[in-house]
Design a protein around this ligand. Structure first.
Ligand code: GDP
Length: 443
């Protein structure tokens, strides 16, 4: 999903990473590249322009640039702007109204409307325990009504019995009436599609809406059609009171232009995404998660947010510089432990970072506060030379350190082993390329 856009953006950010400071010119030129990336992803021009204007303004106005790498902060600003563009939060379907709630599905032929109707019916039945009735109003396309009936059987959802020759508005009325009589909670109306948005189609949509007062009118668009999807959405939004959008074929969408434009063009949130042909392949649309996927960064955003609050810049810079050289001594371990403790939980942190699984065990061992006091005591009993070159710590020195810190030789050994494990994990991480992420975060 969105691989092309993802690649382009990470190319832009790679240039910023690891830089100590960014000038306004650097930020502006990065944002110009972001704009190109968005346009190449087929994002509508006004949306891309607005995106970049807002992100630039935030980036240049940022006072917090010193708290983490400025490059990383730019990534976060772009991330937040993506979330805003996609729509701030998940929007639930409004079906908890006086039953039956009517959900009208609109869209062009081939957009995936009928499949999506069945997917949604299945979801409402299984996840929200609703009693759902589906009805196809598509009398233009032969076998459209039969197609919905087949999908209904697959999804174990009832469909309105077909009466040959009946017109869309009459079918819709009959569906609502049947739902009322048979105590259905939700009626899903699969309206007729056309190849293009035309007056006749819009007239029909308006008539059906007037006859059934839908609580939700969802526009189904094929994300693969990019700019066309945007134009279709504009067409529908002008004539029908949409309440949300369903983007289909997001599973095959490498660009993401339709997804990013939809909210701005229709003024309505994307509520669901179709991610495959199967009837279970429908996901609630979470802008946060999609933005995270586009930027390929998992939970790193929240991590950076937390790091920005707690990390001491000077310590972090020193540590990052050493780590970049593949060096990790006991002083670093000490700093690291103190910092991670401030960030709330070492094990939790390891879970958030890609490629850090190897460090998890060692970190959890260090997490115990009593152990931490001991660690600190042992390290203060070492000489600076010993901390910088742990291999110097022989049996005799171990005894001295244990005595000085009120611990035992075994505990000193444990500390050295932990350092060993972490430094091995760091080396492995470096090989995997994950250190870049980590170092960027701390530096
Ligand atoms: P309609 O003409 O708008 O009702 O479109 P259909 O529901 O008949 O769907 C057309 C084709 O698109 C079918 O083969 C569906 O299986 C397929 N399709 C629908 N949604 C998705 C989706 O989210 N992902 C993928 N890969 N295929 C989909």
């Amino acid at each position: 999903m969105f691989d092309n856009l993802s690649d382009r953006l990470s190319g832009v950010f790679d240039k910023l990473r690891g830089r100590g400071a960014l000038s306004e010119t650097d930020v502006r030129s990065a944002m110009r590249e972001v704009r190109v990336a968005l346009l190449e992803a087929d994002v509508a021009l006004p949306v891309a322009r607005d995106f970049v204007d807002k992100a630039t303004e935030k980036a240049i106005g940022q006072e917090v640039l010193r708290s983490v790498t400025p490059g990383q902060m730019v990534v976060k600003i772009v991330h937040d702007q993506l979330v805003e563009t996609l729509g701030a939060d998940t929007s639930e379907l409004r079906v908890d109204v006086n039953p039956p709630a009517v959900v009208m599905m609109v869209g062009l032929q081939g957009s995936g409307k009928t499949t999506t109707t069945a997917k949604l019916a299945k979801r409402l039945t299984e996840k929200q325990r609703k009693k759902v009735l589906m009805a196809s109003l598509d009398v233009a396309r032969p076998a459209a009504q039969e197609q919905l009936a087949v999908l209904g059987r697959q999804a174990s959802v009832d469909t309105l019995p077909i009466i040959a020759g009946q017109q869309p508005v009459d079918i819709a009325r009959r569906a609502v009436q049947a739902a009322r009589l048979q105590a259905y909670d939700v009626v899903l109306l699969d309206t007729a599609g056309r190849l293009h948005v035309d007056e006749q189609l819009m007239g029909e949509m308006k008539a059906v809406a007037a006859a059934t007062s839908p609580t939700e009118t969802l526009l189904v668009v094929d994300s693969l059609t990019g700019q066309d999807a945007v134009n279709v959405a504009k067409g529908f939004a002008a004539d029908v009171d949409l309440t949300g959008v369903v983007l289909t074929r997001l599973d095959g969408d490498a660009r993401g232009g339709a997804a990013l434009s939809m909210r701005a063009v229709t003024g309505q949130p994307i509520k669901f995404a179709g991610v495959g042909e199967g009837l279970e392949a429908l996901e609630a649309f979470h802008p946060e998660r999609i933005a995270g996927r586009i930027l390929g960064m998992g939970d790193v955003v929240s991590l950076v947010e937390r790091a920005a609050e707690t990390i001491q810049v000077e310590d972090a810079e020193k540590l990052a510089a050493k780590m970049a050289k593949g060096k990790f001594d006991l002083d670093d371990l000490r700093t690291q432990i103190a910092q991670m403790q401030r960030m709330g939980g070492l094990g939790a942190l390891a879970n958030m970072l890609p490629g850090m699984k190897g460090m998890k065990g060692a970190m959890e061992k260090a997490q115990d506060t009593k152990a931490l006091v001991h660690l600190e005591a042992m390290m203060s009993s070492m000489t600076a030379r010993e901390r910088a070159r742990p291999e110097l710590i022989n049996a005799k020195r171990k005894i001295r350190i244990a005595k000085g810190s009120g611990t035992t030789v075994q505990e000193v050994n444990k500390l050295l082993k932990m350092h060993q494990e972490m430094s091995t994990a760091m080396k492995r991480l470096k090989k995997m390329g994950g250190l870049g992420k980590l170092a960027a975060m701390f530096g």
